[in-house]
Design a protein. Sequence first.
Length: 81
Amino acid sequence: MARVVVDVMLKPEILDPQGQAIMGALPTLGFSGVAAVRQGKRFEVDLEGEADDAALDRVRALAEQLLANPVIEDFTVRLDG
């Protein structure tokens, strides 16, 4: 069994209200020195069998069609471990 990780983030030009809310809370919590925060999503996909190129291509298609909105989000696909 192989685990593939899909990380989804808003494109840099898209406003991130959750990231801004986190930035606003940091000083109240005593954190300083943080220049920016962007919030994203992580998906772990466990595959049956090995993660060959064809399996990774299927996960990329899954991410593009279901896990991410390609209009406003970018994603990366990688093997875990």
